[in-house]
Design a protein around this ligand. Structure first.
Ligand SMILES: Cc1ncc(COP(=O)(O)O)c(C=O)c1O
Length: 408
């Protein structure tokens, strides 16, 4: 017996054998709420996939994007071309970052940003006359996208498996252990091009850094001539209560990746901020940076980024992230006091509720009750739009409590 052909849509991070009809069809969104094709509403407690800082359905974004499309929808930025939205967004991003004299390279996805940052780190070593400096230290539970560089940099073993050989010279250390990092440097220091780390690990289970950890990584990088890459794809643009996680945790990296919150996901856009020091290694007249993407500096995506950053500033959403984080933490404290969850952790408005068992059945029950969260092992990840209301936060917490009781 031959099975019926599957639907043409092959989903990301999903079982290919799952029928299309078993997926939830989201048809519209407004603020922190999305609706499916049957009219059911859901609180989007994950901001889609950690990205929708300003909430769904914002007319200002439609207007900004439409205006740009009517002028010039798209044009390439390979030499000799540029465009005003991309140049303006580069200024806006660098001004808000801890690298105000840095430069911004654009891509479309976090994975493209990560692979570019890894290439730039190695390029700097090559150009400084250190051809053997190619090792990248990465951490358990790290998530750095799914291109080959990012897959090799993953600290989530399951995401690395099944693809054949990955990129060589990646070295994994435990995620919150500065001694392990120091040992790796002691053994391989002269060969280390960079360390890559998320300020708060997101996809691997919401692990904030221990006090002083990122400063310790910074010191080790400086001592051994390596670059520090902060992967800010989730933490960037207010999520941790400052524009970037680097500022929340008081460190200045050499390279920073961003995506998601830069446009709140209205259009795909990502980038790498390169520090002055990194730029100086490549700004030699005559040298050509031979990497980039067709859509690097896409003007309509950049227009979405500009309008999104204006909204984040106008509505004080960076400060609001601290309030959202406190409200989530208070709710989760209450669940822990009632013995419903074991603990919780996070920073700003990205938090994980640690359950006693597998989080997947609780996620399924919460989804049925109209709240979207993400299960990661025994953790339920929360990362709502920064415009979420206190009532909506209350509904997330109450639903989590109901679902944990129901599943138990
Ligand atoms: C920290 C981090 N880096 C990189 C990525 C990859 O981004 P994308 O899925 O846009 O390629 C993600 C995606 O969640 C991420 O969380």
């Amino acid at each position: 017996m031959t099975s019926a052909p599957a639907h043409p849509f092959l989903h990301a991070f999903a079982p290919p054998a799952k029928p299309e009809s078993d997926f939830v069809t989201i048809v519209r969104g407004r603020g922190s709420v999305v609706y499916d094709d049957k009219g059911k509403d859901y609180i989007d407690a994950l901001a889609s996939l950690w990205y929708c800082q300003i909430g769904h359905g914002r007319g200002e974004m439609t207007e900004a994007v439409t205006a740009q499309m009517e002028r010039l929808a798209a044009y390439q930025t390979f030499d000799p071309f540029t465009n005003e939205p991309a140049a303006r967004l580069a200024e806006m991003v660098s001004e808000r970052s801890p690298l105000p004299d840095g430069r911004v390279f654009f891509g479309c996805s976090g994975s493209e940003a990560v692979d570019t940052a890894l290439k730039l780190a190695r390029l700097v070593a090559q150009r400084r006359g250190e051809p053997d400096r190619q090792v990248v230290i990465k951490r358990t539970h790290g998530y750095h996208g799914t291109n080959f560089g990012g897959t090799s940099a993953q600290g989530i073993a399951a995401n690395r498996e099944g693809w054949g050989d990955l990129v060589p010279h990646f070295l994994e250390v435990p995620n919150r252990d500065i001694e392990a990092m120091a040992t790796a440097f002691a053994r391989h220091g002269e060969r280390v091009a960079a360390v890559i780390a998320e300020p708060v690990q997101g996809g691997g289970g919401i692990y904030p850094p221990p006090d002083g950890y990122l400063e310790g990584v910074r010191r080790l990088c400086d001592r051994h001539g390596a670059l520090m890459i902060l992967d800010e794809v989730i933490c960037g643009f207010g999520r941790t209560g400052e524009w970037f996680g680097a500022q929340t945790f008081g460190v200045t990296p050499d390279l920073m990746t961003f995506a998601k919150g830069v446009t709140s996901g209205y259009l795909p856009l990502s980038g790498v901020i390169a520090s002055r020091r990194v730029c100086e290694a490549i700004e030699e007249p005559g040298f050509v940076l031979r990497t980039g993407y067709t859509y690097s500096g896409h003007p309509t995506a950049a227009a979405a980024g500009i309008r999104n950053l204006e909204i984040i500033a106008d509505e004080s959403l960076v400060e609001r992230a601290r309030h959202v984080g406190r409200a989530l933490a208070d709710g989760l404290d209450a669940l822990a006091a009632d013995g419903l969850i074991a603990s919780h952790r996070g920073a700003g408005a990205v938090r994980g509720a640690v359950l006693e068992g597998d989080a997947a059945p609780v996620r399924a029950d919460m989804l049925a009750r109209g709240v979207i969260v993400r299960p990661i092992g025994n953790v339920l990840a929360l990362c709502p739009p920064l415009v979420i209301t206190d009532d909506e936060i209350g509904r997330i917490i109450d639903t989590m409590a109901d679902s944990i009781r129901a599943v138990a």
